[in-house]
Design a protein around this ligand. Structure first.
Ligand code: FAD
Length: 518
């Protein structure tokens, strides 16, 4: 009798494995349907989950989970973990799908639509160190709106706010405030995470700290962020928004570095490059209103390469504070070496300033220019190599910026926590250089995808050959060897953390770092 039972179990197991191998979608989908989740699975019309902002990679999942609770996510991941390697199923958390190369997709796996997650309402705590508890699928724009109601705001941002907490914390989250506050991953107190075995774990600097730092900048490899505690500060009402131009890179970079060192007057420091600039695409980040003198069309560079320093100073519009702020700005600007006639200054409400790229999004969407391929390239470049890089790339490898903006600004390494998973250059100051290109679909010219990809490759090849010690931000590689060299001495820790928190390599398969063993 016992023998017969063992035989039946063995037979059924073999049949399951065989069916899984021959018809990978049959068994998993029926078993997913049977899971006791509060939300629901979708098995049809899943095109949305196979798309992202990059518009270049498309992998259809088997199913999309719209979770209502953290337990929906935990149950699903645990179930897939318990199925073992034979099921081939993987799991991708999808934030707002603003990845560039399929990083939030899961080929024939399960995509978890994080925006459906309904945790407890956003909870704001004031006091000496104010913070807000938010869902991992929350958009930053919603956090801003909610915290502003109480006079507070997160400190560190991305340039665009229609991204999710889990998505940006899996990368770093960098913008013009990073020189002062560090990236977004330096401004998180605590996380709730579902690991690759389906465990729900709270973590922070004090509690399960290895998981906490693994997940921050961890490219989604170690767990799904379901809640985060974000550090806040008092929010200003208004922003002075300033741009000045330079013709000389060395002068521009010297001023930028001066501004990020010590007690800076400004709350936000960025910059961008203008080379033979024309057209709408290259202006898409310059969302000043048309009446404003800073309107980017006036920046036409007539064949020259120009460097634009962009600054912001927060303030509240009461007479005393305004007088002091105006004086401070005047003093600071008088120490810069920009072209004197190119000082553009406007004022904007704090929310409008932070949400500025959304204005451009609406404009580009209306012209069908938002959902085009985006072959972006983001690099972190050590300060000591930035001049070589600029000389070789601006005006040489790149002869115009008509395909999209190029951002360039320095940040301070001391504001980054070296316990997180993100990889950055070794020097105390390094630059973010972001080539934010849009390609015209099916064009074979200079505005086409192939041309831009060739240019990107030339830039990367140059960095490699010249040994600049550059790291990719929002990195993308095809082989594990390339990933190993990206992580360098940090690879072993990264791989060790993977085997601890996601031993079957279920999570974020779209990053193509690890493969689920079969
Ligand atoms: P997704 O693209 O959905 O996911 C990104 C990765 O994180 C995937 O691997 C996914 O599986 C994983 N993931 C998603 N949610 C979770 C979660 N809850 N837990 C664990 N893993 C998760 N970045 C900057 O740093 N600074 C900028 O100024 C900036 N500006 C941008 C402007 C635009 C217009 C766009 C499109 C992107 C910009 N980004 C910027 C990049 C952005 O931070 C990343 O692309 C980010 O991944 C997008 O967030 P998302 O919420 O759409 O994540």
């Amino acid at each position: 009798m016992l023998f017969l039972r063992s035989f039946i179990i063995l037979f059924l197991s073999c049949l399951t494995i065989k069916l899984n191998l021959c018809f990978p979608s049959i068994i998993p989908s029926s078993s997913l349907k049977a899971l006791p989740v509060d939300g629901h699975f979708k098995f049809e019309q899943l095109d949305h989950a196979a798309r992202d902002f990059g518009n270049r990679y498309s992998f259809l999942p088997l199913a999309v989970l719209h979770p209502k609770s953290v337990s929906d996510i935990a149950i699903t991941v645990k179930h897939i973990w318990q199925m073992g390697p034979s099921s081939q199923l993987t799991v991708a958390a999808r934030g707002h799908g603003h990845s560039l190369q399929g990083q939030a997709q899961a080929h024939r796996g399960v995509v978890i639509n994080m925006e459906s997650l309904q945790g407890p309402k956003m909870q704001l705590h004031t006091g000496n160190s104010p913070y807000v508890d938010v869902s991992g699928g929350e958009l930053w724009i919603n956090i801003l709106r909610e915290t502003l109601k109480h006079g507070f705001s997160p400190k560190s941002w991305t340039d665009y706010l229609h991204l999710t907490v889990g998505g940006t914390l899996s990368n770093a989250g960098i913008s013009g405030q990073a020189f002062r506050h560090g990236p977004q991953i330096s401004n998180v107190h605590q996380l709730e995470v579902v690991t690759g075995t389906g465990e729900v774990v709270n973590c922070s600097e004090k509690q399960n700290s290895d998981l906490f730092y693994s997940v921050l900048g961890g490219l989604g490899q170690f767990g799904i962020i379901t809640r985060a505690r974000i550090s806040l500060e008092k929010a200003p009402q208004m922003v002075k928004w300033i741009r000045v131009l330079y013709t000389d890179f060395a002068t521009f970079a010297r001023d930028q570095e001066k501004l990020i060192s010590g007690e800076s007057t400004f709350d936000y420091i960025e910059g961008f490059v203008i080379i033979n600039r024309t057209g709408l695409l290259n202006n898409w980040r310059s969302s000043f209103n048309p009446q404003d003198p800073v309107q980017a069309s006036q920046f036409k560079s007539d064949g020259k390469t120009l460097f634009c320093l962009e600054l912001a100073k927060y303030f509240n519009p009461n007479p005393e504070e305004m007088a002091a702020v105006n004086q401070e700005i005047k003093d600071s600007l008088s120490q810069l070496n920009h072209i004197p006639s190119t000082l553009f200054l406007s004022e904007a409400p704090y929310l409008d300033f932070l949400d500025r790229v959304h204005v451009s999004e609406i404009k580009l969407r209306s012209k069908g220019l938002w959902e085009v391929p985006h072959p972006w390239l983001n690099l972190l470049i050590p300060r000591s190599k930035i001049h070589m890089f600029a000389q070789q790339v601006f005006g040489n490898i790149l002869t115009d910026t008509s395909n999209g903006p190029i951002l360039i600004y320095p940040v301070n390494k001391s504001k980054w926590d070296n316990r997180t998973s993100v990889v950055i250059p070794e020097e105390e100051v390094f630059y973010l250089v972001a080539f934010l290109s849009s390609a015209v679909p099916s064009s074979t010219g200079n505005d086409g995808l192939d041309h831009i990809l060739v240019q990107n490759k030339r830039i990367l090849d140059y960095c490699e050959i010249a040994g600049l010690g550059v790291k990719q931000y929002l990195p993308h590689y095809s082989t594990q060897g390339e990933w190993q060299s990206h992580f360098g001495p940090h690879w072993e820790v990264f791989a060790q953390r993977k085997s601890t928190y996601d031993p079957l390599a279920l999570l974020a398969p779209g990053q193509r770092i690890f493969q689920k063993p079969i």
